[in-house]
Design a protein around this ligand. Structure first.
Ligand code: ZN
Length: 273
């Protein structure tokens, strides 16, 4: 997995600390409370080097582990607010403030009772819906790879997923179907849904998500072939009336024998009927 995309290896956001208390300055966000502890393997040496290099002028009291994580978050903050000095504060991307501004910009009163906690809820919700950025296929598969005893096709149908279209940040959702023909390794069946979530819980386009699932499984299992089909409804089309409601979009990614052998491919597609 050494050539996995960098995005798989980023350390987690400091999500539990993004409480609704405005801009926290130096309180409690750098504490050694352990939530970075188990994630060392997310970090490629590249991330580590960059984080340490950028740390340079700053917070000598903090542990290296905390710094790596929070410096990465700060990178994002500067992308969002390049000119805002508030965002020099390590570890904070004030999504709650951004959501407040969004609600106000839509003409609503963010101080009325029903909305007062909405920025906080939306922030937590969005962190969860995009938690795939902090997830790692490597970790998901850890301990669930076994020696293959045969080379028959394995088909896992109807894996539910929910993702966000990257063009509108509206949900698209549906089912994924995965088949593979083992090489030397098989994967515990329950793990396929977890792999799907790693890629679904991001800002996505359906085609890329489908390919990423196939590529990750191909890389991890070294199978004779792997095939992924996803079928999804896109709220950005359904709610905005661009396309007939009830239509679904189907994308597929075929690797190995599923690509090279029409009969193998057809056997999988027949299994989906
Ligand atoms: Zn869209």
């Amino acid at each position: 997995m050494s050539d996995a995309p960098q995005s798989l290896r980023r350390p987690p956001f400091d999500a539990p600390h993004h409480g609704g208390n405005g801009h926290p300055s130096s309180n409690g966000h750098h504490g050694g409370n352990g939530h970075h502890g188990s994630n060392g393997h997310y970090r490629s040496s590249g991330t580590l080097d960059r984080a340490v290099a950028q740390q340079g002028a700053g917070h000598p009291a903090e542990s290296a582990g905390t710094l790596r994580s929070e410096t990465t978050v700060r990178d994002h903050a500067h992308l969002l607010h390049p000119a805002d000095p508030e965002f020099d504060e390590i570890g904070e991307v004030e999504l709650t403030d951004l959501v407040s501004d969004l609600i106000t910009g839509l003409g609503e009163d963010v101080t009325r009772e029903g909305l007062i906690k909405t920025p906080h809820r939306v922030e937590r919700s969005l962190r969860f819906l995009t938690s795939g950025y902090q997830a790692s296929v490597e970790e998901v598969l850890n301990g669930a790879l076994f020696e293959a005893e045969g080379s028959e096709m394995v088909v896992v149908k109807g894996i539910e997923f929910y993702s966000l279209c990257e063009h509108h940040m509206l949900p698209f959702f549906g089912t994924a179907h995965i088949a593979y023909i083992p090489g030397d390794t098989i994967l515990g069946l329950s793990k396929f849904a977890r792999v799907v979530d790693v890629f679904a819980r991001r800002m996505q386009v359906q085609e890329r998500m489908t390919s990423q699932i196939a590529d990750a499984l191909e890389q991890a299992l070294k199978p004779a072939g792997v095939a992924v089909v996803t079928e999804a409804s896109h709220l950005c089309m359904m709610m905005r009336g661009v396309e007939k409601q009830g239509s679904t979009t189907r994308t597929s990614a075929m690797r190995g024998v599923f690509k090279s052998d029409a009969r193998t491919r057809q056997e999988f597609l027949d299994a989906l009927r």
